[in-house]
Design a binder for this molecule. Structure first.
Ligand code: ADP
Length: 420
């Protein structure tokens, strides 16, 4: 940046933002001459007629360059420069000595010792004066620019430090939220375990007296059935039937509460064998419903054969229970999911299907589709299926077209790495 440009930069409105040149001479005619020479330098000229006055000006204002007459009566230019050197604040103001004593080496030495930046010899040549002063104005402008950019850098550094502190605070807050969540999760797990323990105790303790009640009802029917009215026998039968429904419900709730994730050992298990066991258990129902069950060879997975048998049994059992008017066809197949590296198994039927809104809710405990109210059930079967699949680290979902059939899909880990 040139001195003029730097002058422009500081000239934003206030005249005082121009660089200042201090002219010090005891003779007014010399000051007038200098003033004339430097009139168009784009700087504010400040005149001082004594060394003392010059020091006062320096005390009050920032000066870009000082032109100092060497021989002044009261305080010489060299003395003024010494005083300037002593005052830390003025140290950086360059001094150009103005002198008539050429070749005076003693003076030159003491002037340099006093911090002289340059010399101007009398009689003054205007061009030489302007060139030298211009050089120092340029240096001053550069120093100001440097200070400005240093100031900007300090501001940016300050901003960065503040941002860093904010980030540190955020990190601290995130860590405390994570700790809180972790504590909440542990608490929930504990509460869940307590709830499961409670469900187990309640179901277990309910089941025994209920079975005794059913046994007694059977005994009454058997022993005193002939002495009862027709209505009495009907009521007794209803009681036994309701008792049976309650007993199934409690047994299933008990089974559900015992299926806590992570409590079952998972080993290499053949899905073919688990399916076969389930079909054996369902043999009577399959025959009775005249269902056609078809399947492809299924994979070996990481699982529990007891639980997988139960899973197939519940899903195929439901297909039979909720069959439609057409002859029932249940199809079981599997496919490899390369993206998630899991086996996907599907139990498909051509039964009554499930209303779209209920398709995610059917896996909730005790949820039953409204149209299914006429068919005996507890609403726990699919909740058990979900628990079993989750115990295996998989997911289960249903796709269904009401009136046309349903597909139940679940994912399982392979028993061994699968090569494609
Ligand atoms: P439950 O059969 O004892 O009612 P589930 O949990 O096994 O309980 O099933 C929940 C609901 O899902 C059932 O009430 C039934 O309406 C519906 N559902 C389950 N499987 C099928 C299926 N294969 N076809 C049609 N609806 C089904």
């Amino acid at each position: 940046m040139t001195a003029n440009a730097s002058a422009e930069a500081y000239q934003t409105g206030a005249k005082t933002s121009l660089p200042r040149i201090l002219l010090v001479d005891d003779r007014p005619e010399n000051l007038i001459l200098l003033e004339k020479i430097l009139a168009k330098m784009g700087a504010e000229l400040i005149l001082a007629r004594s060394g003392r006055r010059a020091l006062q000006v320096l005390e009050e204002q920032e000066i870009a360059v000082c032109l100092l007459d060497v021989s002044m009566p009261e305080m010489s230019g060299i003395e003024v420069a010494h005083q300037m050197q002593l005052a830390d604040r003025f140290h950086r103001t360059p001094v150009i000595f103005v002198t008539a004593f050429q070749e005076n080496s003693e003076l030159v030495t003491s002037a340099y010792e006093a911090g002289a930046a340059d010399f101007l010899m009398k009689p003054l040549r205007p061009n030489a004066v302007r060139a030298k002063v211009n050089l120092f104005l340029e240096l001053y402008g550069q120093r100001r620019d440097q200070e400005l950019s240093n100031g900007r850098l300090r501001l940016q550094q300050h901003d960065l430090l503040t941002r860093n502190e904010e980030l540190e605070t955020d990190r601290g807050e995130t860590a405390s939220v994570v700790r809180e969540l972790e504590a909440r999760r542990t608490q929930l797990e504990r509460e869940n375990r307590e709830l499961e323990g409670f469900a187990y105790v309640v179901s277990h303790d309910l089941l025994q007296p209920l079975r005794s009640v059913i046994d007694y009802l059977e005994l009454i029917e058997h022993e005193s059935g002939s002495s009862l009215s027709k209505e009495g026998v009907r009521w007794l039968k209803s009681c036994r039937k309701l008792g049976g429904t309650m007993s199934t419900l409690i047994t299933e709730a008990l089974e559900y509460s015992q299926l806590a994730a992570g409590t079952t050992a998972l080993v290499e298990t053949s899905c073919n064998a688990a399916l076969q066991d389930a079909l054996d258990l369902l043999n009577a129902a399959i025959k009775q419903s005249d269902a056609r069950v078809t399947y492809n060879p299924l994979p070996a997975v990481r699982g529990s054969s007891r639980l997988l048998t139960r899973l197939f049994q519940n899903l195929i059992g439901n297909a039979i229970k909720y069959r439609g008017a057409d002859c029932l066809h249940v199809e079981i197949r599997s496919e490899w999911d390369e993206r998630y590296r899991k086996w996907l198994l599907c139990v498909k039927d051509n039964g009554r299907g499930i209303p779209v809104d209920d398709q995610t809710r059917i896996f909730e405990m005790f949820f039953r589709v409204r149209d299914a109210a006429s068919i005996a059930g507890s609403g726990i079967g699919l909740a058990i299926c979900r628990r079993i699949v989750e115990t295996h680290g998989g997911e289960i979902w249903a796709k269904s077209e009401p009136g046309r059939g349903s597909e139940f899909w679940f994912s399982l880990d392979p028993a061994a790495p699968v090569e494609n």
